[in-house]
Design a protein around this ligand. Structure first.
Ligand code: GTP
Ligand code: MG
Length: 170
Protein backbone atom coordinates (compact mmCIF):
# COMPACT_ATOMS: atom_id res chain seq x y z
CA UNK A 1 0.00 0.00 0.00
CA UNK A 2 0.89 3.66 -0.09
CA UNK A 3 1.68 5.57 3.05
CA UNK A 4 2.44 9.22 3.59
CA UNK A 5 4.53 8.38 6.65
CA UNK A 6 5.73 5.38 8.60
CA UNK A 7 6.07 6.10 12.30
CA UNK A 8 7.85 4.03 14.92
CA UNK A 9 6.10 4.25 18.27
CA UNK A 10 7.44 2.55 21.42
CA UNK A 11 5.74 1.36 24.57
CA UNK A 12 7.92 1.41 27.68
CA UNK A 13 7.34 0.87 31.39
CA UNK A 14 7.56 -1.71 34.16
CA UNK A 15 6.61 -5.36 33.77
CA UNK A 16 2.91 -6.00 34.19
CA UNK A 17 1.65 -2.43 33.75
CA UNK A 18 -0.22 -3.47 30.60
CA UNK A 19 1.92 -2.39 27.64
CA UNK A 20 1.12 -5.49 25.57
CA UNK A 21 -2.53 -5.31 26.58
CA UNK A 22 -2.79 -1.69 25.43
CA UNK A 23 -1.26 -2.68 22.11
CA UNK A 24 -3.51 -5.73 21.72
CA UNK A 25 -6.56 -3.60 22.45
CA UNK A 26 -5.49 -0.98 19.91
CA UNK A 27 -4.58 -3.33 17.05
CA UNK A 28 -6.96 -6.28 17.59
CA UNK A 29 -9.62 -4.86 19.93
CA UNK A 30 -8.96 -7.80 22.22
CA UNK A 31 -8.08 -8.31 25.88
CA UNK A 32 -6.66 -11.30 27.73
CA UNK A 33 -6.95 -11.63 31.50
CA UNK A 34 -3.76 -13.67 31.67
CA UNK A 35 -1.41 -12.38 29.03
CA UNK A 36 2.11 -13.84 29.06
CA UNK A 37 5.02 -11.50 29.84
CA UNK A 38 6.75 -10.20 26.77
CA UNK A 39 10.11 -11.80 26.05
CA UNK A 40 12.45 -9.66 23.97
CA UNK A 41 10.69 -7.35 21.55
CA UNK A 42 7.40 -7.61 19.70
CA UNK A 43 5.77 -5.23 17.28
CA UNK A 44 2.45 -4.74 15.56
CA UNK A 45 1.46 -2.62 12.60
CA UNK A 46 -1.65 -0.51 12.26
CA UNK A 47 -2.69 1.96 9.58
CA UNK A 48 -4.47 5.12 10.66
CA UNK A 49 -5.82 8.12 8.78
CA UNK A 50 -5.26 11.55 10.19
CA UNK A 51 -5.27 15.07 8.77
CA UNK A 52 -5.85 13.65 5.29
CA UNK A 53 -2.78 11.42 5.53
CA UNK A 54 -2.35 7.67 5.62
CA UNK A 55 0.01 6.71 8.40
CA UNK A 56 1.55 3.33 9.01
CA UNK A 57 2.28 2.89 12.70
CA UNK A 58 4.82 0.29 13.71
CA UNK A 59 4.25 -0.05 17.43
CA UNK A 60 7.02 -1.73 19.37
CA UNK A 61 6.52 -3.45 22.67
CA UNK A 62 9.35 -4.63 24.86
CA UNK A 63 9.70 -6.65 28.03
CA UNK A 64 9.44 -4.69 31.25
CA UNK A 65 11.42 -7.43 32.98
CA UNK A 66 15.12 -6.77 32.79
CA UNK A 67 16.04 -10.43 32.22
CA UNK A 68 13.81 -10.59 29.14
CA UNK A 69 15.18 -7.43 27.56
CA UNK A 70 17.65 -7.50 24.70
CA UNK A 71 19.01 -5.18 22.03
CA UNK A 72 17.98 -2.08 23.87
CA UNK A 73 19.68 0.45 21.62
CA UNK A 74 18.10 -0.96 18.44
CA UNK A 75 14.72 -0.83 20.13
CA UNK A 76 15.00 2.92 20.57
CA UNK A 77 16.76 3.69 17.29
CA UNK A 78 14.79 5.91 14.94
CA UNK A 79 11.70 6.12 17.11
CA UNK A 80 9.23 8.96 16.53
CA UNK A 81 7.18 8.64 19.67
CA UNK A 82 7.23 6.89 23.03
CA UNK A 83 4.33 5.97 25.25
CA UNK A 84 5.45 5.72 28.88
CA UNK A 85 3.10 3.41 30.73
CA UNK A 86 2.55 2.89 34.44
CA UNK A 87 -0.22 1.20 36.44
CA UNK A 88 -2.24 3.71 38.51
CA UNK A 89 -2.67 0.97 41.15
CA UNK A 90 1.07 0.33 41.48
CA UNK A 91 3.06 3.21 42.88
CA UNK A 92 6.53 1.77 42.14
CA UNK A 93 5.64 1.59 38.44
CA UNK A 94 5.05 5.36 38.57
CA UNK A 95 8.26 6.00 40.48
CA UNK A 96 10.29 4.01 37.94
CA UNK A 97 9.25 6.25 35.06
CA UNK A 98 12.33 8.41 35.63
CA UNK A 99 14.54 5.36 35.01
CA UNK A 100 12.67 4.54 31.80
CA UNK A 101 13.12 8.12 30.62
CA UNK A 102 16.83 7.97 31.41
CA UNK A 103 17.20 4.83 29.32
CA UNK A 104 15.26 6.41 26.47
CA UNK A 105 17.46 9.51 26.59
CA UNK A 106 20.57 7.35 26.60
CA UNK A 107 19.67 5.39 23.47
CA UNK A 108 17.23 7.46 21.42
CA UNK A 109 18.81 8.88 18.30
CA UNK A 110 16.11 11.51 17.93
CA UNK A 111 15.87 13.75 20.99
CA UNK A 112 12.79 15.25 19.37
CA UNK A 113 10.68 12.13 19.78
CA UNK A 114 7.16 12.85 20.99
CA UNK A 115 6.22 11.54 24.42
CA UNK A 116 2.98 10.59 26.11
CA UNK A 117 2.35 9.47 29.70
CA UNK A 118 -0.29 6.78 30.18
CA UNK A 119 -1.74 5.57 33.50
CA UNK A 120 -3.33 2.17 32.83
CA UNK A 121 -5.75 -0.18 34.67
CA UNK A 122 -8.15 2.56 35.77
CA UNK A 123 -10.91 -0.05 35.86
CA UNK A 124 -9.41 -1.47 39.07
CA UNK A 125 -10.33 0.12 42.37
CA UNK A 126 -6.93 0.26 44.07
CA UNK A 127 -5.44 3.56 42.95
CA UNK A 128 -2.01 4.48 44.38
CA UNK A 129 -1.23 7.43 42.09
CA UNK A 130 -3.53 10.44 41.82
CA UNK A 131 -4.44 12.13 38.56
CA UNK A 132 -2.87 15.35 39.89
CA UNK A 133 0.53 13.71 40.60
CA UNK A 134 0.58 12.08 37.20
CA UNK A 135 -0.36 15.33 35.49
CA UNK A 136 2.40 17.15 37.39
CA UNK A 137 4.99 14.62 36.20
CA UNK A 138 3.65 14.85 32.64
CA UNK A 139 3.94 18.63 32.74
CA UNK A 140 7.59 18.38 33.80
CA UNK A 141 8.19 16.24 30.71
CA UNK A 142 6.20 18.64 28.51
CA UNK A 143 3.83 15.86 27.70
CA UNK A 144 0.18 14.99 28.12
CA UNK A 145 -1.29 12.50 30.59
CA UNK A 146 -4.03 10.07 29.58
CA UNK A 147 -5.65 7.37 31.73
CA UNK A 148 -6.55 4.08 30.09
CA UNK A 149 -7.98 0.66 30.63
CA UNK A 150 -7.00 -2.01 28.15
CA UNK A 151 -9.77 -4.06 29.71
CA UNK A 152 -12.67 -1.63 29.19
CA UNK A 153 -11.12 0.26 26.18
CA UNK A 154 -11.28 3.54 28.10
CA UNK A 155 -8.74 6.05 26.75
CA UNK A 156 -6.99 3.63 24.38
CA UNK A 157 -7.91 5.29 21.09
CA UNK A 158 -7.40 8.70 22.64
CA UNK A 159 -3.86 7.74 23.71
CA UNK A 160 -2.79 6.63 20.23
CA UNK A 161 -4.53 9.58 18.65
CA UNK A 162 -2.63 11.92 20.96
CA UNK A 163 0.81 10.41 20.32
CA UNK A 164 0.28 10.42 16.54
CA UNK A 165 -0.90 14.05 16.59
CA UNK A 166 2.19 14.91 18.60
CA UNK A 167 4.49 13.08 16.20
CA UNK A 168 2.88 14.94 13.28
CA UNK A 169 3.53 18.24 15.10
CA UNK A 170 7.14 17.41 16.06
P1 GTP B 1 5.68 -7.20 30.39
O1 GTP B 1 5.49 -7.78 29.03
O2 GTP B 1 6.11 -8.22 31.39
O3 GTP B 1 6.55 -6.00 30.41
O4 GTP B 1 4.18 -6.69 30.91
P2 GTP B 1 3.16 -5.73 30.14
O5 GTP B 1 3.40 -4.32 30.55
O6 GTP B 1 3.15 -6.02 28.70
O7 GTP B 1 1.76 -6.16 30.82
P3 GTP B 1 0.62 -7.07 30.16
O8 GTP B 1 -0.04 -6.35 29.04
O9 GTP B 1 1.15 -8.41 29.90
O10 GTP B 1 -0.44 -7.08 31.35
C1 GTP B 1 -0.15 -7.69 32.60
C2 GTP B 1 -1.46 -8.19 33.22
O11 GTP B 1 -2.31 -7.10 33.52
C3 GTP B 1 -2.24 -9.11 32.26
O12 GTP B 1 -2.74 -10.20 32.98
C4 GTP B 1 -3.38 -8.25 31.77
O13 GTP B 1 -4.57 -8.96 31.54
C5 GTP B 1 -3.58 -7.26 32.91
N1 GTP B 1 -4.03 -5.94 32.42
C6 GTP B 1 -3.46 -5.19 31.46
N2 GTP B 1 -4.13 -4.06 31.27
C7 GTP B 1 -5.17 -4.08 32.14
C8 GTP B 1 -6.22 -3.18 32.45
O14 GTP B 1 -6.37 -2.08 31.89
N3 GTP B 1 -7.09 -3.55 33.45
C9 GTP B 1 -6.98 -4.73 34.12
N4 GTP B 1 -7.88 -5.00 35.06
N5 GTP B 1 -5.99 -5.60 33.86
C10 GTP B 1 -5.09 -5.28 32.89
MG1 MG C 1 4.31 -7.22 27.54
Amino acid sequence: GHYDHIFKILLIGDAGVGKSSILLRFTDDAFEEHLASTIGVDFKVKTVHMRGKTLKLTIWDTAGQERFRTLTSSYYRGCHGIILVFDVNDRPSFEHLRTWLDEFELYATSAAAAKLLVGNKVDLDAREVTVEEAQAFARQQATMYIETSAKTRSGILQAFDEIVQKVLDT
